[in-house]
Write a protein that binds this ligand. Structure first.
Ligand code: ADP
Ligand code: GLC
Length: 483
């Protein structure tokens, strides 16, 4: 294959920043197309036509009509939005609803989620098979369980072998399960409903369909790629992944260096060195009603779920407060965690905002001294990367992408002049977190050392440069093999 030729790639995703986001998947799917341009990749993104997506489309044109798309009529629209080239699956029976993209107003999964994302995956495969007259991908790049059936449908189609596929696992905790009575509705051949195929303990698993059928598998950090092969982290799919370990690799996420830039961020008082944080910290304290304090102002920006280990932070919080530290948390999710943090906010040195607020997230990253990410597992994690870029020291659990992105300050690394960028703790328990918070507070009392680590953090590369090259190499490798 001519390496200079443009490689057409269809990315298949259920969320996409800046249009629709519940977590880091949106950021990654939104950033990759731009990062891949210089590598000769023409990436277009297939997304569901949720109301927020439909409202953002610039001059959409209809490029395909589907009279029966999993129970209703649909169209594929081509359009630009949010600086991206999109193909939008406009299927009102699936996507034209209020509340969340995955959850109803009552906070439960939409009961037809299997059909909603099977439709997306099926249309991806149809596009690979020539549904759209003037553009056909050489490769499908599907994300998570919502895109998991795309490699499967592709493997059953005429384009099998000609169009290659990659599946990226952002989080193996979500597996896209559906009862077997949905086999026909999901256009799955019952002969494929086997343990070697896409059956998972008596259920259909859209994620497993992708794990079995994609030509290559990636996840979002090298450490998580290894962890996924173990019972502790593989969530029942470690056996499937072991079978495919030769095709599995970890490619670290980056962040958008323009959106997250302390020197130019329009939401803050700009700075290029750690001491420039001071006005942002003062502004954040005043915004959140926090008084001055002796210790570090620690921030958390997170979904409130068991994954993120924030119940451990509730247990360890007294240590931080006893040592003069403060906590500011922005998040939403699990009702019990929301309530527990709201009640913790009764303390004068704890501020909690329940909800989702991108701009406040910027002000918190800029104004905080440290960012806490005590996750039980973390495929990559983005907020510790924002922390690094803004000189906000990450204190993270030693797991997944957190282990791969933060260089821990320990007596050994400091004595060795290793360029530390934050703190890590292990095992992921309240006790180890408490000890790490105590170390953080002690480090804060050594301002020279703190500023040095903070400068190291700001200099640490967190953009997409290396990882975009790794994805491009993966694509070209797959396509070379195809010719
Ligand atoms: P995950 O995808 O598991 O939620 P990541 O760290 O990869 O974790 O990505 C989370 C993304 O969502 C980050 O961009 C983070 O800033 C953002 N985020 C999470 N919760 C909130 C919130 N309550 N308000 C604003 N942004 C949030
Ligand atoms: C997932 C993971 C997170 C990762 C994000 C983007 O939601 O939980 O660790 O950063 O996907 O890949």
């Amino acid at each position: 294959m001519d390496r200079r030729a443009v490689i057409p790639v269809l990315s298949v995703t259920s969320e996409l920043a800046p249009l629709v986001k519940t977590g880091g998947l949106a950021d990654v799917a939104g950033a990759l197309p731009g990062a891949l341009v210089e590598h000769g990749v023409d990436m277009r993104t297939l997304v569901p036509g949720y109301p927020a997506v439909m409202a953002a489309l610039e001059t959409p044109t209809t490029c395909a009509k589907l009279p029966d798309c999993f129970g209703g009529t649909a169209r594929v629209l081509a359009a630009r939005a949010g600086g991206l080239d999109l193909l939008v699956l406009d299927a009102p029976h699936h996507y034209a609803r209020g509340a969340g993209i995955y959850l109803s107003a009552a906070g439960r999964d939409w009961p037809d989620n299997p059909e909603r994302f099977a439709a997306l995956s099926w249309v991806a495969s149809e596009i690979a098979n020539g549904l759209i007259a003037d553009w056909r991908p050489a490769l499908l790049h599907a994300h998570d369980w919502q895109g998991g059936l795309a490699p499967y449908y592709l493997s059953c189609s005429e384009a099998a072998g000609r169009v290659r596929s990659v599946l990226t696992i952002h989080n193996i905790a979500f597996q896209g399960l559906a009862p077997p009575r949905k086999l026909a509705a999901l256009k799955i051949d019952p002969a494929d409903f086997t343990p070697e195929g896409l059956e998972y303990w008596g259920q259909i698993s859209a994620l497993k369909a992708g794990l079995v059928h994609a030509n290559r598998l990636t996840t979002v950090s090298p450490s998580y790629a290894e962890e996924l092969l173990t019972p502790e982290f593989g969530m029942g799919l470690e056996g499937v992944l072991m079978e495919r370990r030769a095709e599995l690799s970890g490619i670290l996420n980056g962040i958008d260096m323009e959106v997250w830039s302390p020197a130019t961020d329009p939401n803050i008082t700009n700075y290029t060195a750690p001491k420039g944080k001071a006005p942002n910290k003062a502004a954040l304290r005043s915004e959140l009603g926090l008084p001055e304090a002796e210790g570090p102002l620690c921030v958390v920006i997170s979904r409130l779920t068991a994954q993120k280990g924030l119940d451990l932070l509730l247990e360890a919080l007294p240590i931080l407060l006893e040592r003069g530290g403060q906590l500011a948390l922005l998040g939403s999710g699990d009702n019990a965690l929301e309530a527990a943090f709201q009640s913790a906010a009764g303390h004068p040195h704890v501020a909690v905002r329940i909800g989702y607020d991108e701009l406040l997230a910027h002000r918190m990253i800029a104004g905080g001294d440290a960012i806490l990410v005590p996750s039980r597992f973390e495929p990559c994690g983005l907020t510790q990367l924002y922390g690094l870029r803004y000189g906000t020291l990450p204190l993270v659990a030693l797991t997944g992408g957190l282990a791969d992105t933060v260089i821990p300050a320990s007596p050994a690394t400091l004595a060795d002049k290793v360029v530390a960028t934050g703190l890590q703790f292990h095992p992921v328990t309240a006790l180890a977190l408490s000890n790490a918070l105590a170390r953080l507070c002690a480090l804060y009392q050594q301002p020279k050392l703190w500023r040095k680590i903070s400068s190291n953090a700001m200099a640490h590369p967190v953009g997409w440069r290396q990882s975009a090259a790794a994805y491009a190499q993966l694509y070209t490798g797959l396509l070379d093999r195809n010719t």
